[in-house]
Design a binder for this molecule. Structure first.
Ligand code: HEC
Length: 166
């Protein structure tokens, strides 16, 4: 039942994005090109998570069970935008007003530092600043996934995609 609601809400989100946003997506990309890479991808640099997330730590990196559960969640909730390869280059991704992050990079400045940041990003998505103003349409998964599920999906993201630190 919950799964059906989640699937439905994601479908609604995506169809809203399709009808509401896509007609102007080309313009946005055009505009961004002229602004230059620096401006539009500013938020891909490290941001300090808000105080409410500051002490969030994963105990699941490298946990095979979490990674397996996380893969199923990723396939359901993340592939439309981030792609099965984590690069965010699906046809749908290309039409978004703000391109999805490449999940292979930009995670941590050094090992252990990124837990709170990643958990914050999956929990709040593009519904908070500065990502909201940058027109990120990433959903806030705190309303769709439990805390455990958010850590599981991150365990998968890190195991499957993360390649080195900045
Ligand atoms: C509707 C499209 C969409 C969906 C669905 C989506 N994302 Fe995103 N995601 C984005 C966009 C766009 C960005 C880049 C803008 C931003 O940072 O908010 C992003 C950024 C991120 C970042 C930040 C990376 C960084 O370097 O700062 C993480 C982590 C992330 N997504 C993970 C996920 C996970 C995990 C899921 C599934 C549970 C997911 N996303 C689902 C669109 C999406």
């Amino acid at each position: 039942m919950q799964r059906a609601i989640v699937a439905l809400s994601l479908a609604v989100l995506l169809s809203v994005a399709m009808t509401g946003v896509l007609p102007t997506a080309g313009q946005h990309h055009h505009h961004h090109e002229h602004q230059g890479h620096q401006d539009t991808h500013k938020h891909h640099r490290w941001r300090t998570p808000p105080a409410a997330y500051a002490d969030k730590v994963s105990h699941r990196w490298g946990d095979d069970g979490a990674i397996a559960r996380g893969k199923a969640l990723y396939d359901t909730h993340c592939t439309a935008c981030h792609g099965a390869d984590g690069l965010g280059t699906t046809a749908f991704a290309k039409a978004l007003p703000h391109p999805p992050a490449d999940l292979m990079h930009h995670f941590h400045l050094h090992p252990g530092e990124g837990d709170a940041y990643l958990y914050w990003r999956v929990s709040e998505g593009g519904m908070v600043e500065p990502f909201k103003s940058a027109e990120s349409l990433m959903p806030a998964f705190k309303t769709l996934l439990s805390e455990d599920e958010r850590w599981d999906v991150l365990a998968y993201v890190c195991a499957a995609f993360h390649r080195g630190f900045e």
